[in-house]
Design a protein around this ligand. Structure first.
Ligand SMILES: Cc1cc2nc3c(=O)[nH]c(=O)nc-3n(C[C@H](O)[C@H](O)[C@H](O)COP(=O)(O)OP(=O)(O)OC[C@H]3O[C@@H](n4cnc5c(N)ncnc54)[C@H](O)[C@@H]3O)c2cc1C
Length: 567
């Protein structure tokens, strides 16, 4: 069934739930008026519905491939990229000085979600460019910015991120790629990177690789890593793509999904590169791109969830089986359960990501450390819960289809295969959860506590009008507070890490309850309140089992020895 961009949902969330009015009221984002936002969302939505959605299946059936060393993209992807580039959707939040629109990340997040829903494989290409643009804006020299940013923002040149090596996945500090100074301000970068998304394509004039490598005096571990911009073609004196650089795509992976996105093994053989950020400061610079991409990958999960939901709903409204009032399966209680779970979770995950983006925007516009801490806290939650929502909803979508869900033609299975990677790349679920309970709790849990205070205050105020919804949200929030205090008090980090994934998912469940309650307050007699009631009664209670697990420590996990696990 054709994809419909959920514009009214974004509009409602921006107007009533995530506090976007604060962003639009800042001087930095004074251009983001209601009219502009509405026009952007509907223009982008139209492109997604009409141009990107028809490419989704083509990418699955005809994956990107390497042909005599030349990367051939899936059919129609070049036109899709052109539409994205010409619409300005690469540079929505990029600096206007270099051709961007300078609009809030909140808007980029909504647009990225729509692009992910309509064609995830292709959307990964502009997502990589957006992340690299932000990294260059913050860390590159003025010369590099002037040369590269306008081309990336316009979509003439595409972009990649090169962290992973065979022995260095989650442990980026184990990388062995090297960079040798050339004595003229440039560097020769050598090494092999694996799993590089959109490592090449046949639609952009140049491909700009951001590569992590170690200088000769770089110490082992993450502290000795530097970041380099390594283009496929070295720009000539006029800034046009010149001679080919010493790099190539060695191979393209065969994957369980996301077939339209070429995942490449890249070989750099003394390729010419330029330093981005300070020597040995590469991880900090790359983190700008990674945080951008983490928000984006969470949005990929929600986008795919939306596509899968629309598919499943259309099928349920049409499929006749058994006796029901309407004659279709939509009226079976168990099918309703699946549909309502999907819809309620999409709303929760979407709200968390938009709130995360709003915090990023507020931090940028005000320079306020509390907003920065809020954004940092929400990033692993939004990334992981967004991905998990995508996986869960897409899998449920297959189930709604019954046997037809297992048949590829319906498209339900593709959503499930494509979205699976969102819990793996850009830091696995485990890495996100550990980030939440370790790095993001280095403040003793203060940022978490401030957010929980706000949620409780709102629930307290809502008790007067919606006690049946406000009470459970308040109580659930209090249990997250207790779990946070327990985690922070653990001296052995393994006890924290053992419960980290459960804690992250529980935190997200409670945040979802908060945003559903906010929606219900804004629409007390309408469908938003009905959906909120469903979420709070049926899905929010999951938090308590998760929190019990979050506080159970590591002892039982390690009680069986590896030998006993094998036996
Ligand atoms: C389709 C696709 C596209 C990708 N695109 C890119 C890209 O564009 N650029 C790029 O640089 N990389 C990319 N990657 C790589 C991706 O980021 C890594 O696969 C990911 O970071 C995990 O690394 P790994 O595969 O080596 O798994 P491993 O690190 O070996 O992890 C295996 C398991 O162990 C767990 N684990 C590992 N270390 C720890 C720890 N310290 N504590 C707890 N658990 C741990 C993990 O959570 C995971 O469950 C891509 C991967 C895929 C599949």
């Amino acid at each position: 069934m054709p994809y419909r961009a959920p514009i009214s949902d974004y509009q409602f969330l921006l107007d009533h739930v995530v506090g976007f009015d604060q962003v639009a009221a800042t001087e930095t984002f004074s251009d983001a008026s209601a009219d502009v936002v509405s026009a952007i969302l509907s223009e982008a939505g139209k492109m997604c519905e009409e141009i990107l959605a028809p490419l989704q299946r083509a990418g699955d059936l005809e994956p990107a491939r390497l042909e005599n060393g030349v990367l051939r993209s899936s059919p129609g992807y070049g036109d899709g990229w052109k539409a994205i580039a010409e619409g300005g959707w690469v540079g929505i939040s990029a600096d206007p000085e270099y051709g961007g629109m300078g609009l809030p990340m909140t808007i980029t997040t909504a647009v990225n979600e729509m692009m992910s829903a309509s064609c995830l494989s292709l959307q990964l290409a502009p997502l990589m460019a957006q992340g690299q643009i932000e990294a260059l804006e913050h860390h590159a020299s003025d010369e590099l910015k002037a040369l590269y940013l306008p081309k990336m923002i316009s979509g003439e040149w595409s972009a990649t991120m090169n962290l992973t090596e065979a022995q260095a996945g989650s442990d980026v500090g184990a990388l062995t790629s090297k960079a040798q100074p050339n004595g003229d301000g440039t560097f020769s970068v050598s090494g092999q990177k694996i799993f590089i998304s959109w490592g090449d394509n046949d639609f952009a004039e140049n491909v700009c690789h951001l590569v992590l490598a170690r200088l000769p005096d770089g110490v082992p571990g993450t502290k000795g890593i530097s970041l380099f911009l390594v283009p496929k073609y070295i720009p000539d004196a006029d800034g046009n793509p010149g001679v080919a650089n010493d790099l190539k795509v060695v191979s393209v992976e065969h994957k369980m999904g996301l077939h339209g996105s070429p995942t490449c093994v890249m070989q750099f053989d003394g390729a010419k590169g330029w330093l981005v950020g300070p020597e040995h400061g590469g991880m900090a610079a790359m983190f700008t791109m990674m945080n951008n991409a983490r928000l984006g990958v969470g949005g990929q999960g929600v986008g795919v969830a939306e596509g899968a939901y629309q598919h499943a709903l259309a099928y349920a409204l049409d499929r006749k089986q058994g006796r029901t009032p309407s004659g279709t399966i939509i009226d079976h209680a168990d099918v309703r359960r699946m549909i309502m779970d999907m819809r309620a979770d999409i709303f929760a995950a979407r709200a968390i990501l938009l709130a995360n983006a709003t915090a990023i925007d507020m931090a940028k516009a005000t320079g306020d450390a509390d907003w920065a801490a809020r954004a940092a806290l929400l990033t692993p939650i939004g990334k992981s819960f967004g991905a998990r929502t995508g996986i869960r909803v897409a899998e449920t979508g297959v189930q709604v289809h019954g046997g037809m869900g297992f048949v590829e033609e319906t498209g339900a299975a593709q959503y499930s295969r494509d979205v699976r990677v969102t819990a793996i790349y850009e830091g696995t679920d485990g890495i996100q959860a550990m980030d939440l309970v370790a790095r993001k709790m280095m403040d003793g849990g203060e940022a978490a506590s401030n957010l929980l205070d706000e949620i409780e205050d709102q629930a307290e105020r809502a008790r007067a009008t919606m006690p049946d919804l406000a009470g459970p949200v308040w109580e659930a929030t209090e249990t997250v507070r207790e779990a946070t205090e327990w985690l922070v008090a653990q001296k052995d980090m393994n006890d924290r890490f053992a419960g980290a994934t459960a804690y992250l998912q529980a935190f997200a469940r409670v945040l979802g309850g908060h945003y559903h309650l906010t929606a219900a307050l804004a629409d007390p007699d309408g469908p938003r309140a009905k959906l909120a009631r469903y979420y709070i009664n049926a899905l929010l209670p999951e938090h308590s089992g998760l929190l019990a697990r979050a506080q159970s420590g590591a002892d039982d996990l390690f009680a069986l020895s590896p030998d006993e696990l094998v036996a």
